[in-house]
Design a protein around this ligand. Structure first.
Ligand SMILES: NC(=O)c1ccc[n+]([C@@H]2O[C@H](COP(=O)([O-])OP(=O)(O)OC[C@H]3O[C@@H](n4cnc5c(N)ncnc54)[C@H](O)[C@@H]3O)[C@@H](O)[C@H]2O)c1
Ligand SMILES: [Zn+2]
Length: 363
């Protein structure tokens, strides 16, 4: 079991990471002084897999767990669903000090986090992330949100958890595509901040894909630690945190131009390679680094070129609508070597178009 501490908003919280960590949930919350009613919110898939275990662990400690189970899917991240949850919290007698556990992937984490941030102006939130993406990315950093209209994550808040319980054992159940979705963020994290970790991923990728218990635990802990360190430096997302958007400027454009037939991780993989090609064209990155990144993504089963079915103009249109603009210009995170990136506001639309079209051509 590994622990990482995060210092945010004047509070310190602990991330407990390892195979079997869910069994420690009651102990961890008792250590923080909680007991009595606790509300666990999860989706139907996760409830079927781990609901009984969490119920047993909490009841075996000082808690009376109450469950709210909702259908899975991004469409649940809505104000309507948040409204339904306020009603359920009221019925369950939740008070200002009642802890709420978000047991699930990023959808549950964002939605439950948003509800916890707003009900009684803030309930204690515990993240128990169950997808690779949620374990290495969405549970860390305090961003919580729902979608409204056609815009994603546009109604939100910052609400830091009191604890994160990350059980890597649960990843054994994750569908292959969801697992690879999270791997894209793992590779991104190594690429922006840690050359040695990138080298480990190159050596360990096969065992990681087999979900080897110790490689998985080490990989999740390292990635989560890097994200925690970045958000600690820039809690409110005004500077350093931008580096986490490596691959996301083009990635979001591709995700939306594919009408979401590509997963977020797949689009980010294509976006990271495109951003690196831009960096080589601008003379700030060597082609050998571009080849290393592409090689690792391919071995991880992720796409690296823009599918022919995707219209480059639609990608460019979606990119300019996206939030990653600084004073009307596209903001790009470009790598300069493995483990190092910098932010550029001077990437021309022409170069982006050329790069995407070239990527099309080699598909
Ligand atoms: N807050 C942030 O900083 C942040 C960062 C990145 C992404 N996000 C958000 O995260 C969301 C995506 O999260 P996600 O990729 O985890 O998707 P998700 O929450 O939809 O989960 C994917 C699927 O896996 C299932 N599942 C979850 N755990 C499982 C397990 N252990 N075994 C088997 N099935 C399991 C779920 O029921 C769901 O069907 C998006 O809404 C995105 O906006 C937020
Ligand atoms: Zn992402």
């Amino acid at each position: 079991m590994k622990t990482t501490h995060v210092w945010c908003s004047g509070n310190l919280y602990r991330i407990t990471i390892g195979s079997g960590a869910l069994a420690l949930m009651a102990d961890e919350l008792e250590r923080l002084g909680f007991s009595g009613t606790i509300v666990v919110v999860t989706d139907e898939n996760v409830a079927g897999l781990f609901g009984d275990e969490v119920e047993r662990v909490l009841s075996g400690g000082a808690f009376t767990p109450r469950f709210i189970v909702i259908p899975p899917g991004e469409e649940q991240k809505s104000l309507d669903m948040a409204g339904m949850m306020y009603g359920r919290l009221n019925e369950l007698g939740a008070e200002r000090a009642t802890p709420v556990v978000a047991l699930g992937g990023g959808v549950i984490g964002d939605l439950v986090g948003f509800v916890a941030a707003t009900y009684f102006r803030g309930l204690p939130l515990v993240h128990a992330p169950t997808t690779l993406l949620a374990q290495v990315d969405s549970s860390i950093g305090g961003k919580v949100a729902v979608n409204h209209g056609r815009l994603k994550n546009n109604i939100g808040a910052f609400h830091q958890p009191i604890a994160i319980i990350t059980d890597t054992f649960v990843l054994a159940h994750l569908p292959e595509r969801e697992f690879r979705n999270g791997l894209a963020e793992v590779i991104k994290t190594a690429m922006i901040a840690d050359e040695a970790f990138f080298g480990c991923l190159e050596s360990d990728i096969n065992r990681l894909l087999e979900r080897d218990v110790s490689v998985l635990e080490r990989t999740v802990a390292t990635t989560a630690g890097i994200k925690a360190a970045v958000v600690e430096e820039d809690e409110r997302d005004t500077g350093l945190r931008n580096i986490l958007n490596f691959g996301h400027t083009i990635g979001h454009g591709i995700e939306s131009a594919s009408a979401f037939s590509l997963s977020h991780g797949e689009a980010v993989a294509i976006g990271m390679v495109a951003a690196s090609r831009i960096a080589t064209s601008m003379g700030v990155l060597s082609t050998s680094v571009l080849d290393r990144l592409t090689g690792l993504l391919v071995r991880a089963g992720l796409p690296v070129t823009v599918p022919l079915s995707i219209d480059v103009d639609a990608v460019l249109r979606a990119m300019t609508r996206d939030k990653k603009m600084a004073q009307g210009r596209l903001r790009f995170v470009l790598p300069t070597s493995v483990g190092k990136v910098h932010i550029r506001n001077d990437v021309s639309t022409e170069l982006v178009r050329e790069t995407l079209e070239r990527s099309h051509a080699v598909t």
